[in-house]
Write a protein that binds this ligand. Structure first.
Ligand SMILES: Cc1ncc(C[n+]2csc(CCOP(=O)(O)OP(=O)(O)O)c2C)c(N)n1
Ligand SMILES: [Mg+2]
Length: 322
């Protein structure tokens, strides 16, 4: 792929988003280790190009649904990382008032219909949003993020079939990171490419390198155009790999060292940096400026969230007992 044909500003934006997810989660894991963040935490490290490329292809008014591994979708969708961090620290200013934590962040102002702790549950929610947009005659598209494990849930089959018969504007984004907890995808699927599953429903589908942000972006733009033309849905399978176990306390010993090394050699953030630098008008200083700004933004978000107030008991109960 000729990366020099993309605008420098797009390459810079993509690198900034990739790096923000990387730095945000790396810092959050430190806060987790010191006990400031509690509960489950499923890192998106290694998968950043999927959310970054897909969300960059979405327009104002589009929506998306997320998963238990949702920080990347949230950030790429445009969420305020200060309020995300506040949520992770259980603070009142957090996206769910400090009640939801990692797996429940939603941000309707950026089209984020919500992370979800139930595997596969975001798929029909996204299809419902697309049905609503289609009934209202809007041109909006919904991206539905889910992973290989969720593609074995009944919700996938039912939602896919409904989206197909109603030609709904849905981009099914199958983040194939090759594991559902410790179960390798090969153990639970006979198809080499999970994209094949969509074709059985008469749905256009393709497989992309999920560690290549420009490939993801370009194919997501095409998928969005297909959906806006009334020829949806589309499924894009993005092949990627986690940098670590299923959640922060899973050592991931079942992940073969050579495969981990391979995927680290095509790290999405490093590649995003090299795509920016491949542009004839880019300099090393451009990348360094982004790096400084991202580090600062995450440091500011941590300071903001640490200083923020915890909810009072009454605040905490609001909307729960009402
Ligand atoms: C319906 C349901 N079943 C089981 C679980 C427990 N669980 C949480 S994450 C997970 C694995 C999901 O794998 P996948 O869909 O591939 O997502 P990934 O973790 O790879 O992003 C499981 C089984 C759950 N949260 N919901
Ligand atoms: Mg998976």
């Amino acid at each position: 792929m000729d990366v020099t044909r993309f605008d420098k500003s797009l390459l810079a934006d993509l690198y900034r988003t990739l790096l923000t997810i990387r730095v945000f989660e790396t810092q959050c894991i430190k806060l987790y280790r010191t006990g400031e963040i509690i509960g489950y935490f499923h890192p998106y490290l290694g998968e950043e190009a999927v959310a970054t490329g897909v969300c960059a292809a979405l327009a104002d008014g589009d929506t998306f649904t997320s998963t238990h591994r949702g920080h990347g979708h949230c950030i790429a969708g445009g969420a305020d990382i200060r309020r995300m961090l506040a949520e992770l620290l259980g603070k009142a200013i957090g996206y769910c008032g400090g009640r939801g934590g990692s797996m429940h962040i939603a941000d309707l102002s950026t089209g984020n219909l919500g992370a979800n702790g139930i595997v596969g549950a975001g798929i029909p929610i996204g299809v419902g949003a697309a049905l609503g947009a289609s009934i209202r005659g809007e041109k909006a598209v919904t991206a539905v993020f889910f992973s290989d494990g969720a593609s074995n849930q009944g919700t996938f089959a039912e939602a896919m079939n409904l989206a197909a018969i109603w030609n709904l504007p849905v981009i099914f984004v199958l983040e194939n990171n090759h594991y559902a907890v410790s179960t390798p995808v090969e153990a639970v699927s006979r198809t080499k490419d999970l994209a094949e599953r969509a074709r059985g429903y008469g749905v256009e589908a393709f497989t992309v390198d999920g560690n290549h942000v420009l490939e993801v972006y370009q194919r997501a733009c095409e998928a969005a155009a297909t959906c806006r033309d009334g020829r949806g849905p589309v499924l894009m399978e993005c092949k990627t790999y986690r940098h670590q176990g299923h959640h922060v306390n899973d050592p991931g010993l079942y992940m073969p060292a050579d495969r981990l090394a391979y995927y680290r050699s095509i790290d999405p953030v490093d590649r995003g940096r090299s795509f920016l630098l491949a542009h004839p008008d880019s300099t090393e200083a451009d990348a360094e400026t982004i790096e400084r700004e991202v580090e600062q933004a995450v440091a500011d978000a941590i300071a903001f969230a640490v200083a923020a107030a915890k909810p009072s008991v009454m605040q905490f109960l609001q909307e729960v007992v009402e």
